[in-house]
Design a protein around this ligand. Structure first.
Ligand SMILES: [Zn+2]
Length: 338
């Protein structure tokens, strides 16, 4: 009996800048950065075009390839006021939830400028300003996310509520946001326990066997995240029996090495990350959608088509539960691994 490979797409809806001042004019955006946009920043408007083009391309790509059932739309509400500026996009995504069994989730960057204001952090950011910025989220600095009181409400409680309210307003349907992903793969004790407290049931903030180290200067490096101990062979796991962690698979090479090994052994659950800004036409060959196709073609070479299923994160959780394809970890042990 062949085993199945379940593929999902976790789409981080970052850099959701409005492409036109007209989008902002009649709304009441709450975030500070919108005021900043009002003033002069043309680059950000350009980014808005990128967001809209990227979203359209991803949607088109999913329809063309019959992948829509694999989509989990992770809205970065805290940093971009998506429910205020793009309610029509959220409405459309909800239609896909109903018609094609996608899921909608929350994506928050806890390292965002809007959450940190202590002096110490500002100093660190100044020192490390050469790091890549997340447009509209960070200014290119980086720091440990330790100030829970700064992000708990505005990073988890309120944005979750705002998306749910937006869906209700636009469609008259009640939808609970249950999926979460932390920006830049940052996790710590406070973040994990907070997403459990706020009733998220599935998370994809980790990345199998991957780390990212940024060069600070000639002698100093800074590790953004290190998930090398999160093993692909181990698969998804529950943390404190409460939330299911399905790590993303970022590394095509890793998959190449593992795929034959696992072929007859057990089901495989793959989450592939996308950002709209990685999916624009001007990127040509570097368009992430090309890479996604490569990934999936590689899988098709190794698996019978009937064993390949495209499922969103929530559906993936249901299947993992049903097949008992998980193990358990205590939050304190998880912290030692990341
Ligand atoms: Zn992100």
């Amino acid at each position: 009996m062949g085993k199945n490979i379940y593929i999902g797409f976790s789409i981080d809806m970052d850099s959701a800048f409005p492409s036109s001042i007209n989008i902002i004019k009649n709304k009441e955006p709450s975030n500070k950065f919108i005021n900043f946009l009002y003033q002069d920043n043309k680059e950000n408007f350009k980014n808005g075009l990128i967001f809209e083009e990227g979203m359209n391309n991803i949607i088109k790509f999913f329809f063309t390839n019959n992948y829509m059932s694999g989509a989990t739309w992770l809205i970065n509400e805290a940093n971009y006021d998506t429910s205020i500026l793009y309610p029509d996009i959220i409405k459309k995504l909800y239609e896909y939830v109903e018609k094609y069994n996608c899921a909608i989730g929350l994506h928050t960057h806890f390292e965002a400028d809007m959450f940190k204001m202590d002096k110490e952090t500002l100093e660190i950011e100044k020192k490390w300003k050469t790091f890549p910025a997340v447009p509209g989220v960070t200014t290119g600095g980086y720091f440990e996310v330790s100030n829970k009181e700064m992000w708990y409400n505005e990073g988890l409680i309120n944005p979750k509520k705002r998306i749910e309210e937006c869906i209700f307003k636009m469609t008259n349907k009640i939808y609970n946001i249950n999926c979460f992903k932390s920006g830049s793969h940052i996790l710590n004790y406070d973040i994990i326990s907070s997403i459990i407290d706020t009733n998220f049931i599935v998370d994809c903030s980790m990345v199998y066997e991957t780390k990212r180290v940024l060069k600070l200067n000639d002698t100093e490096n800074f590790t953004m995240y290190n998930n090398e101990k999160i093993k692909f062979d181990d698969g998804p796991f529950y943390i404190n029996n409460k939330i299911l962690e399905i790590p993303e698979c970022a590394n095509l090479g890793l998959l190449k090495n593992k795929i034959k090994l696992l072929k007859n052994k057990k089901n495989i659950y793959l989450l592939l990350q996308l950002h709209p800004y990685q999916c624009i036409k001007s990127l040509g060959e570097n368009n992430l959608l090309n890479n996604i196709l490569k990934y999936i073609n590689l899988i098709r070479k190794n698996y019978d088509n009937t064993n390949i299923k495209f499922v969103n994160m929530l559906e993936m959780k249901n299947i993992i539960d049903k097949n008992n394809d998980y193990h358990h970890k205590d939050i304190n042990d998880v912290i030692k691994l990341i």
